[in-house]
Design a binder for this molecule. Structure first.
Ligand code: SAM
Length: 338
């Protein structure tokens, strides 16, 4: 099949073209980051997961309908059994020219093992989540993580020729003072750094009000030490970038709380059970598993996707304050994929 021209393109009611699919291939993770998960998380029974073949089929329908960028995430995507088989299968869409980019977001713990194979599957750029370079703090925030393994993973990714971007969630009183050092470290190694505001998703053991740090404050703090210049650079995601004169690197700001970026949203998110979320910050979803399993052809899936895109909401309404006790959405980030 010729994927170069989509049969139908996906445009939502607000005129936004949907060209970016993020897929959470598992809700499981080998870390328990305190802002993301409770320590005793209950994960989906394995039998509820779509098979890798089913995930491939759904992704391929989205590509046929105009998706140009595909990101596998989770949970931790690299802990899903045989996930490299899925990367390998999906890489055919890069070869055919139907897909511009196949990528992933990872905590880096398994990268030493998989970096070369990912590069071989056509992955060129990856996002690695890293909130601190202090081994004790790293262990405290991830509960189960080991910093040296992640650093080995970063080295392996770079050695395999992958372009690495670091993602750090800005957490008040935890890593705010360390951000300048994290930035110098990243830029010194040729990596961009993106800072993310913590979002109210799912019940965690901590109070999010204590963790929440508006990036406007962090940016003002950085501007006291560095010369930041806004630039139009985009990677197809929600980050807004600045150049840092002193380091020669770039910093991105993802600000779902202080600056809603929904007007340019080009994304939808598929979970490992085949549920499609049209917005990270809303509960509405569409089931694609039933149409997937109901017929061997893709017509029913395609119809279900069109219906879902037709009700993509204008945006999210995240709030973190002392009066708002419940998270804006009940599911954890690991379900929809960050
Ligand atoms: N396991 C992979 C990783 O660590 O990158 C992929 C999934 S993880 C859920 C994706 C990103 O979401 C990570 O950068 C993580 O820090 C971020 N994240 C998780 N919960 C969040 C929250 N409540 N607010 C903001 N970012 C969050």
């Amino acid at each position: 099949m010729d994927f170069a021209t989509p049969i139908t393109s996906m445009t939502d009611p607000f005129g936004r073209d949907i060209t970016y699919l993020r897929v959470s291939v598992t809700d499981r993770c080998d870390f328990r980051c305190t802002y993301c998960m409770a320590e005793n998380m209950v994960f989906l029974p394995k039998k509820d997961l779509l098979t890798l073949e089913e995930l491939d089929r759904l992704c391929s329908v989205f590509i046929e309908k105009g998706v140009r960028k595909l990101r596998l995430t989770g949970g931790e995507p690299l802990v899903r059994k045989n996930v490299m088989h899925l990367f390998r299968q999906l890489s055919r869409h890069l070869t055919s020219g139907a897909l511009d980019e196949l990528t992933l977001t990872t905590n880096g713990s398994q990268l030493a093992r998989y970096a070369t194979e990912l590069a071989d599957c056509g992955v060129r750029r990856i996002n690695i989540s890293l909130d601190t370079l202090d081994p004790d703090k790293f262990h405290a925030i991830t509960r189960w993580g080991n910093l040296s393994r992640v650093l080995e993973g970063i080295d392996a990714a770079m050695a395999a020729g992958l372009k690495v971007k670091l993602n750090a969630v800005a957490l008040k009183g935890f890593n705010d003072a360390e951000i300048p050092d994290l930035m110098r470290w990243a830029h010194g190694r040729g990596m961009d750094l993106t800072l993310i505001e913590t979002m109210p998703m799912g019940e965690i053991d901590a109070d999010r009000t204590d963790q929440y740090l508006p990036l406007s404050l962090l940016r003002a703090d950085l501007e006291r030490q560095f010369t930041l210049t806004d630039i139009p650079f985009r990677t197809g995601g929600p980050a807004r970038y600045v150049d840092v004169a002193e380091t020669g690197g770039r910093v991105g700001f993802i600000t779902p709380m202080t600056h809603n970026f929904c007007e340019s949203c080009n994304r939808v998110r598929l979970t490992c059970t085949g549920t499609l979320f049209m917005c990270l910050g809303q509960e509405d979803a569409a089931d694609l598993r039933a149409p997937l399993r109901r017929s061997e052809g893709n017509e029913l899936i395609s119809q279900a996707i069109d219906e879902a895109i037709g009700r993509k909401p204008k945006g999210h309404d995240f709030v973190i304050d002392r009066r708002t006790k419940r998270p804006a959405v009940s599911r954890h980030m690991s379900v929809t994929g960050g």
